[in-house]
Write a protein that binds this ligand. Structure first.
Ligand SMILES: Nc1ncnc2c1ncn2[C@@H]1O[C@H](COP(=O)(O)OP(=O)(O)OP(=O)(O)O)[C@@H](O)[C@H]1O
Length: 279
């Protein structure tokens, strides 16, 4: 199984948008210290949709927070386009589990917010807002207020707001986990289509192996205590132009799902094949 997975890695483009070098993160409190991230080395390339899987507490969110610039690593560094990334900025967009739209702004004003901050002139701003609202299928809801939208629509508006500022990379922390199963599936389809059109580099955290298989071009698995990457593979399923339904019905899908589940559930002391992504 592993060889059929790794054979797809050659199609990657070697141009890291994010590079993580020898990163360690310790949380210190009064009486104890938690080693949350252990010697993380990772490259996120252009066009990568990287899904991060792992059991609770393995450090997924901690890694996202460091990549976003919300938290400083204890040792090591994060480079964005070769430059040290030290604090949050417009090169890195973040979409959280719960939308964080401003309730006092309409949907189009929410999407325009970051563009205003970047001093984009009014006419261009309008064009961009309407382009991104159309991209996420919300063009007819532009004048509505966040409380008038369904949860899925709010999350789509959050994605449009993040995309509109044209970040180099988008970090997503379980963006669909609060949605019901049907809305979640529809959002996965939306995101897949949006990604095909924009080809943004995405770092996407999920607990859901099937979601990772349907969306990710690459899949990383982390283990806890301390949090580390134990597997980094490219996903053959998303490299073929198949519908979600076709993907789910394929033998490869089932094999990969079982394989990933077995890697995730292995204890951190057990040895897991480390299949480093080879660009
Ligand atoms: N602010 C903090 N102070 C102390 N320890 C923390 C803090 N935040 C996280 N941790 C610890 O760091 C480790 C990694 O946590 P993190 O939230 O990154 O994991 P996760 O994989 O995102 O978990 P989940 O899937 O449950 O969200 C855990 O042991 C957690 O208890």
């Amino acid at each position: 199984m592993l060889s059929s997975v790794t054979s797809h890695t050659a199609s990657a483009i070697s141009c890291p948008v994010i590079e993580v070098r020898n990163l360690n993160l310790y949380y210190k409190s009064k009486n104890k210290q938690v080693h949350a991230l252990d010697s993380i080395n990772l490259q996120l390339n252009q066009n990568d949709f990287l899904c991060v899987l792992g059991s609770s507490g393995c450090g997924k969110s901690s890694l996202l927070h460091v990549l976003a610039g919300f938290r400083k690593p204890t040792t090591g560094e994060v480079l964005i386009d070769g430059k040290k990334h030290l604090r949050p900025n417009s090169e890195v967009g973040v979409v959280f589990q719960h939308h964080n739209l401003f309730p006092w702004l309409s949907i189009e004003q929410n999407v325009a917010f970051g563009l205003k901050m970047k001093a984009i002139p009014r006419v261009e701003r309008k064009k961009l807002v309407s382009y991104y609202l159309k991209l996420v299928g919300l063009e007819s809801s532009s004048k509505m207020w966040p409380h008038q939208l369904s949860e899925g629509m709010k999350q789509r508006a959050s994605i449009a707001r993040t995309l509109a500022t044209d970040p180099k990379v988008i970090l997503m922390d379980e963006p669909f986990s609060a949605l019901d199963a049907l809305t979640r599936r529809s959002m996965q389809n939306h995101l897949r289509e949006i990604w095909k059109k924009t080809r943004k580099s995405v770092f996407f955290i999920t607990h859901d192996v099937e979601e990772a298989l349907l969306l990710g071009t690459r899949i990383v698995v982390m283990h806890p205590n301390p949090g580390k990457i134990v597997l980094d593979i490219s996903n053959p399923l998303t490299q073929q132009d198949k519908s979600v339904h076709e993907m789910e019905k394929s033998k490869e899908f089932n094999h990969l799902r079982d394989y990933l589940l077995s890697v995730i559930s292995k204890g951190s002391n057990e040895t897991v094949a480390f299949t480093k992504f080879d660009s």
